[in-house]
Design a protein around this ligand. Sequence first.
Ligand code: NAD
Length: 338
Amino acid sequence: MKAVGINGYGTIGKRVADAVSCQDDMQIVGVTKRTPDFEARMAVDKGYPLYISAPDREELFEEVDITVTGTIDELYDKIDIMVDCTPEGIGAKNKKIYQEKGIKGIFQGGEKHDQIGKSFNSFANYLDNWGADFVRVVSCNTTGLCRTLKPINDLCGIKNARAVLVRRGADPSQVKKGPINAIIPNPPTVPSHHGPDVQTVMYDLNITTMALLVPTTLMHQHNLMLELEKPASVDDVIDLLEATPRVLLVKAGEGLGSTAEIMECARDLGRPRSDLFEIAVWKESLNIKDGELFYMQAIHQESDVVPENVDCIRSMLEMEEDPDKSIEKTNKNMEILE
Ligand code: NAD
């Protein structure tokens, strides 16, 4: 069993901790918190050894009776790899500490590719990160784009990809973020950073993206237009996406015509936190006109990157050489739909 630590037990960190815990080849030996909030208390209740990431704040945990196992300095010696899930920008600073301590580190999409050096997506470049020391799992939007672009590119080649991303303004628990009543071109310039981010894992893809922020918290929504290199039919693409792991074809005609209804369906699946790890592609949106493929998809931003973090651990710690086998194992243990 490989020993995994989570630095930053927040939205992504707590999900990765649970995903690692249900695998049979790795285990969580500690999670860190900076603030003694409900997530810290729940980590202890769940049985995760809790370490303080800012040792000078130990008193704050004592004051509210949250039992800690130690400080982050004591955790470094116990782990093979740290999955850094701290807020954007902090991971890159932590990289220097992991280097000094001689441990491997996985970072999240809020960090810049150039600062970490390598980026990861299970389907696009698993083996390129084999044995690597520091790797960034690309963001929720980039993961969502890769999940469908990679198999389509393999099937018929993509000459030119364009995507318009409608992004959720905030996660459901973020009470201080907006917008509340506006649609914000974000950025108001073209292209957005998402296209270059896809190219950190699908190196040769010709892709241009634009992005907007809207007042919703549930999911991101993407609109894709792909000029294909080789002819394909809509049925070919449907068959392909139906057979692609971590992609779900959903039907607006069956009451899944919006992100709200898709998340209602996710709640009905009865998974922890009502997460939807799969990318939902609207079946009715698939169309091909003059050699250009169109489709729309929805991304549960809080959870789609979680199985990728598990596969990234296997690649970096050289635990499974076949990407498909890692993906299958992760999916089976997390009960992700095939
Ligand atoms: P979050 O704010 O929900 O959680 C961050 C956790 O880190 C919190 O528990 C916080 O207490 C802790 N923390 C804060 N400062 C710290 C420090 N200096 N050292 C150690 N821990 C500290 O953040 P999140 O949404 O989970 O985002 C984490 C990373 O994942 C970011 O890079 C983000 O861009 C990326 N990401 C987020 C989402 C999403 O939708 N939330 C999706 C994909 C990727």
